[in-house]
Design a protein around this ligand. Structure first.
Ligand code: EQ3
Length: 319
């Protein structure tokens, strides 16, 4: 039997993923624009009761100095309109610039706005704001999920804001992204039950932000499937994706299972935690990597799943 990306998606198909994330993100998308902004403010404040994201660092924030200066000059009404424009994907100059921010730059942009909202430099939530029942319902849904799922919902909403770059004329524009300093030594690790060289090299390369080395492990037509997304196919597309989304992640795989299947293919399921540079060791996301390697030992397919619960870390049954 020869695999297709579609059939590869079904390896270890009994893996339970955190379905509450897309469900809550969909509830959020149903809110009107002002309710979306209000929800984000309250969800962010709620999260901030226990953990707050790390400040992104001066050098990173300087990348958007021009836009920040413009925002500081605006009236509170204009600032509120700017936030509405971003949330509604409107075609405005700032909304277009935002489209060319990488994921971490988008998060950093809102981090700065959030700080300035607290200080009154950017328009805060109106005094006496009354939450609509719809906002309340989404907030309650968010309170029911664990912290790693909450930050994923927040991140998804921020990523989806701004003008859609596929509609812009300047499709080749340079993506502005943040870099996070790494400790000089990547975390040492062994994966109980897995010794496959390709899998170990993948984790090692990702923990050093060495995306070229990680992508060199893929077959030409190989694919990477991020949590809740369709597979990204081909080395070039995977490199672009990892440069945008993989920066500064710390991967801590702990255990796994390997087996040879048909025609020299091997499959490996590894579980462990992944930390984002925003929250460091305070939030460990429970993750599974489901690898399918071709007979040459190259990655034909890898899915990254955000797991439904810590219990899933122990689910290594071969299906
Ligand atoms: C200002 C305020 C509060 C109010 C305003 O009205 C609206 C908004 C938006 C506001 C601001 C909100 C803010 C600042 C939110 C910040 C949220 C943050 C910092 C969230 C960060 C989340 C990061 C996550 C969930 C990262 C997850 C990464 C994963 C799971 C990566 C997995 C991967 C692995 C393991 C691989 O092997 C391959 C690559 C891949 C990337 C898929």
């Amino acid at each position: 039997m020869s695999y297709t990306i579609e059939s590869a998606r079904n390896i270890f198909s009994n893996t339970q993923v955190a379905d509450a994330v897309p469900a809550t993100t969909a509830m959020f998308a149903e809110l009107n624009i002002d309710d979306q902004l209000a929800f984000l403010w309250y969800a962010y404040a709620e999260l901030g009761r226990t953990i707050t994201p790390a400040a992104p660092g001066k050098a990173n924030l300087q990348l958007m100095e021009g836009i920040f200066n413009d925002i500081k000059q605006m009236s509170h009404e204009q600032q509120t309109q700017l936030m509405r424009d971003l949330a509604s994907n409107a075609d405005t100059p700032i909304s277009r610039s935002y489209a060319y921010f990488g994921v971490n730059a988008k998060l950093g942009f809102w981090w700065q706005l959030g700080e300035w909202m607290k200080q009154g430099i950017v328009a805060p939530m109106p005094a006496g704001y009354q939450m609509s029942p719809q906002v309340k319902a989404v907030l309650e849904a968010v309170q029911r999920i664990d912290q790693s799922q909450q930050i994923t919902v927040l991140r998804n909403t921020v990523v989806n804001m701004g003008f859609d770059p596929s509609l812009a004329d300047n499709k080749q524009a340079e993506i502005i992204n943040f870099k996070f300093p790494r400790a000089s030594l990547s975390p040492q690790f062994t994966i109980e039950g897995v010794t496959d060289a390709t899998v170990l090299k993948y984790i090692e390369a990702m923990n050093a932000d060495n995306f070229e080395a990680a992508v060199a492990l893929f077959a030409n037509n190989g694919a990477l499937q991020p949590p809740f997304q369709k597979p990204i196919v081909g080395r070039e597309a995977i490199t672009a994706y990892l440069r945008d989304e993989g920066q500064g992640l710390v991967m801590k795989p702990t255990k796994g299972v390997s087996e040879t299947i048909e025609d020299g293919y091997t499959q490996h399921k590894i579980t462990g935690t992944v930390e984002t540079p925003w929250f460091g060791g305070n939030v460990g996301m429970n993750i599974a990597w489901r690898f399918l390697l071709d007979p040459q030992g190259q990655i034909y397919f890898v899915a990254i799943d955000l797991l439904a619960s810590p219990k899933e870390l122990l689910n290594l049954t071969r299906k």
